[in-house]
Design a protein around this ligand. Structure first.
Ligand code: PLP
Length: 442
């Protein structure tokens, strides 16, 4: 007979093992030890059920262990687990490159490089842009997040916890403001944040780095890590024309926004903007380590043979998972479903905003929805401690969530796009109860 383990025993065991074996810099958001998952639900080692609104921080758009993906992984693993593209080609890599070129926005020929992680995709996109232009400088945004490797973290525009402990940053990176209507810079009206941001880039070109020395502008179409900040319309088109004017490569980092999350396959499609390079990862292969750099063929061809690649990039099992993900998107109409889920989530959060002054702002695009919490609606003082307590109350109550925000005061919702309406409502109910308790205690 197996003895059922109590959740508090699992939690204390986790705390001890984590302290003993894992580095302090690796944060784990909850004390849940996941044993299995299906769709938008996961179960812990004790059999307790959790609705998953964290979705592997955006990797689980097709849901946990989708049967079509599981079968594709199994079948490919039986055929071959790896050969390395530098040694010999295989169907999965080629087919995935074809399919990603088909779904990436814009006409014209596109080419694809497959790598292992979002940060690696970002690094390669910059490398390719530098090779294509013969220029070095890169413009990124304050509040942007592009990963934790050396160049990616240097592009990241959020200091804590990513950059404070490293003494050096990669050179030739310049940061400019991202349009943040809820917190506009002093003297700027919320309706002018796009203009302010675009002018800041022109100022940068006039004062610090000439436009003709800039290789790329890298942008998240919606800021993910910094709290689902949706730039008003005109921002992405403004960047596109600025890049066109100066021969700069526009890189869209769709690592979090891609694969249906915002109600379009890619978020740039909301403004009909075609980036020169689009980087994708996370939900591409349902959580298996795979990322892609998809771009204009002439730009992607800038590097010499051998200049791109890596031992594991485009692993065949991960490619099989990604091809299955694309099939699931088509068959289950997940892009359309993202719109429905988003409407439901937003209604739930707006309801909380009406009831509790703690919920200062509700925003998002499609099923990428967030609430920014404040201690005072007038001063908009970030409610960081309250956000942490609500987050903890949620996972204890059966809802996995991810926090975000420049000031750590945002609750972001990224449920799998296969979530049922019942799962969405159950998750929202747990969140509502946690917010009610926190607001009532204030
Ligand atoms: C927009 C964005 N870019 C880059 C990354 C880095 O991806 P990875 O963690 O796979 O390196 C992330 C991860 O959260 C992200 O959200």
């Amino acid at each position: 007979m197996t003895t059922r383990i109590a959740p508090h025993e699992i939690a204390s065991d986790l705390r001890a093992r984590r302290e003993r074996w894992l580095p302090r810099g690796l944060s784990i958001g909850s004390e849940v030890v996941v044993a299995r998952g299906r769709g938008a639900t996961v179960w812990d080692e004790a059999g307790k059920e959790y609705v998953d609104f964290a979705g592997g921080i955006g990797t689980m758009n097709v849901g946990h262990s989708h049967p079509v993906v599981v079968e594709a992984i199994r079948a490919q693993a039986e055929r071959s687990t790896h050969t390395c593209i530098h040694v010999a080609a295989y169907e999965g890599y080629l087919r995935l490159a074809e399919r990603l070129a088909e779904i990436a926005p814009g006409p014209g020929e596109k080419k694809t490089l497959l790598v292992n992680s979002g940060a690696e995709a970002v690094e390669n996109a910059i490398k390719i842009a530098r090779a294509a232009t013969g220029r070095a400088a890169v413009v990124a945004f304050r509040g942007g997040f592009h990963g934790r490797t050396f160049l990616a973290v240097s592009l990241t525009g959020k200091e804590r916890p990513y950059r404070t402990d490293i003494a050096q940053r990669a050179p030739d990176v310049y940061h400019v403001p991202y349009p943040y209507p809820y917190r506009p810079p002093a003297g700027v009206r919320p309706e002018d944040v796009v203009l302010h941001s675009l002018r800041s880039i022109e100022d940068l070109f006039a004062t610090e780095i000439a436009a003709e020395r800039v290789a790329a502008i890298i942008v998240e179409p919606v800021l993910g890590e910094s709290g689902f900040i949706v730039p008003p319309r005109g921002f992405l088109t403004g960047l596109r024309s600025l890049c066109d004017r100066h021969g700069i490569v526009l890189i869209a980092d769709e690592i979090q926004t891609g694969f249906g999350r915002t109600g379009r396959m890619f978020a740039v499609q909301h403004e009909n903007v075609v980036p020169d390079i689009l980087v994708m990862a996370k939900s591409l292969a349902a959580g298996l380590p795979l990322a892609a750099v998809v771009g204009r063929a002439d730009v992607m061809d800038a590097m010499e043979p051998g200049g791109l690649g890596g031992t594991y990039g485009g692993n065949p099992v991960a490619c099989a998972a990604a091809l299955a993900v694309l099939d699931v998107f088509e068959r289950e109409h997940l892009v359309e479903r993202a719109v429905e889920i988003g409407t439901r989530l937003r209604a739930g959060l707006t309801d909380l905003q009406r009831q509790w002054p703690l919920v200062g702002d509700v925003r998002g695009l499609g099923a990428m929805v967030a609430a920014e919490l404040v201690t005072d609606r007038t001063t908009r003082e970030p409610a960081k401690a309250q956000t942490e307590r609500i987050h903890d109350a949620c996972w204890k109550g059966g809802l996995l969530l991810a926090k975000a925000g420049l000031y750590g005061n945002v609750i972001r919702l990224l449920p799998p796009l296969v979530a049922s309406s019942d799962e969405i409502d159950r998750g929202l109910a747990i969140l509502a109860e946690a917010v009610r308790r926190e607001a009532a205690a204030a």
